[in-house]
Design a binder for this molecule. Structure first.
Ligand SMILES: [Fe+2]
Length: 184
């Protein structure tokens, strides 16, 4: 497993990548890998010098993704996401396990259940979570349909880790869901 060094980094970020690598090398089942990585990166989220300035830059029209690291063997990727107030993802799920850790501000996450099929297919909101700075959560497909939003009034910065090669795929999103949202 070789180390990609092309992206800008900081010593703390390099340590975070090493910490994730140690866990991924254990080759645990996806949900367990996500849980372990989430627990491991929380300590890094309190480090004020975690991210270089370029990874803190947002965009006025949509949330911005900075690709921080892709492991050369494709086993995991790290991105920094910058969200201005009101910016959000579409409702989506992922190709692989995912960990979301909040560095600044608070990320709002809404999870959905997919019910019915064909013309009756719909989404029902199942759970709302507010993920505060310094906390991380991890999950694995299937059943990971969700959206993430900055519901606050200031910039949110988060670190997401995916068990996939985002450099090649361009995104960790498996599918966007454009279905009616119903009460049940
Ligand atoms: Fe997501």
């Amino acid at each position: 497993m070789s180390i990609s060094t092309a992206a800008p980094s900081t010593p703390v970020l390099a340590d975070l990548v090493c910490a994730v690598r140690e866990i991924v090398r254990l080759e645990r089942p996806p949900a367990e890998a996500a849980r372990l990585v989430a627990g491991r990166i929380e300590g890094f989220l309190a480090q004020p010098d975690l991210l270089p300035a370029e990874y803190r830059e947002g965009a006025p029209d949509r949330y911005r993704q900075h690709l921080v690291h892709t492991e050369d063997d494709g086993s995991f990727s790290v991105v920094a996401l910058v969200w201005q107030p009101g910016q959000q993802t579409p409702i989506h799920d992922h190709v692989a396990w995912c960990v979301a850790g909040v560095y600044e501000g608070a990320e709002t996450e809404r999870r959905y259940e997919l019910r019915g099929e064909g013309v009756t297919a719909r989404l029902v909101a199942a759970d709302d979570a507010i993920n505060n700075a310094g906390t991380a959560c991890g999950f694995a497909p299937p059943g990971d349909i969700h959206l993430v939003r900055n519901s606050g009034t200031s910039t949110v910065i988060s670190i997401h880790v995916y068990g996939a090669h985002i450099g090649k795929l361009g995104t960790s999103i498996r599918r966007e869901y454009h279905l009616p949202v119903a009460d049940e």
